[in-house]
Design a protein around this ligand. Structure first.
Ligand code: HEM
Length: 184
């Protein structure tokens, strides 16, 4: 059940249809991406701050929100530059981000709407700056890949924890999930 970030990345690239044209569109707008990143970070953390549960997580430790603004800017810019042309290093970095969120206990209910906020705000900014529809679409695709990493990390870590703790086989675990889902 262990996830291989590199294979997962290429699967996601295929599944969201991230093309060379999308990659060119992103990298040719990397300077713009970096320029708007602080404003996107402001939108992002203001949105989360309006939710009591997420706000508590953001302020749980000293200096966390400040650090988060900086890491968001870096993350946002990396979507445009692709780190290594959206290759293995990109995959490792996104997997690591996923694991960090699992450790903190941030699940799909937090991450999905948060990513929707990024997509909405960057779409608004694209319109405002008269950027092409192709750029907006390329950004949505790369956000979906990043989201898939965070979501998949949640599943992988919880499944592995159960398997290790119980000694169950993967087959048994899957059967229990199916039975559990049927019972709901
Ligand atoms: C679109 C979804 C999200 C993205 C792209 C994102 C991005 C990131 C990045 C890049 C990091 C830094 C990882 C590192 O240190 O290498 C991080 C850490 C973190 N994120 Fe998120 N995040 C998302 C959603 C959320 C949500 C919904 C929460 C919940 C409130 C959250 C809370 C945190 C916390 C608490 C940390 C660790 C901060 C620290 O103490 O260093 N994130 N996130």
């Amino acid at each position: 059940m262990a996830l291989h970030p590199h294979e997962f990345m290429s699967k996601m690239v295929d599944r969201v249809c991230l093309t060379d044209a999308d990659r060119n569109m992103l990298s040719s707008n990397a300077t713009w991406g970096l320029q708007i990143a602080p404003e996107m970070a402001d939108f992002f953390y203001a949105y989360m701050g309006r939710d009591a549960e997420m706000n508590a997580i953001l302020h749980a430790t000293e200096g966390r929100i400040h650090r988060l603004h900086e890491t968001f800017i870096k993350w946002f810019h990396e979507m445009f530059v692709g780190i290594d042309n959206w290759g293995n290093n990109y995959a490792d970095c996104r997997w690591h981000i996923g694991l960090i969120h699992v450790r903190i206990g941030i699940g799909p209910q937090h991450v999905v709407p948060a990513m929707a906020t990024v997509i909405r705000e960057v779409g608004n900014r694209c319109k405002q700056d008269q950027k092409s529809e192709e750029l907006r679409e390329a950004l949505s695709k790369i956000c979906m890949i990043d989201l898939a990493f965070i979501e998949q990390a949640y599943i992988e870590v919880s499944s592995n924890a159960v398997l290790q703790e119980t000694g169950w086989t993967e087959g048994l675990f899957r059967r229990l999930i199916t039975t559990g889902a049927n019972a709901l």
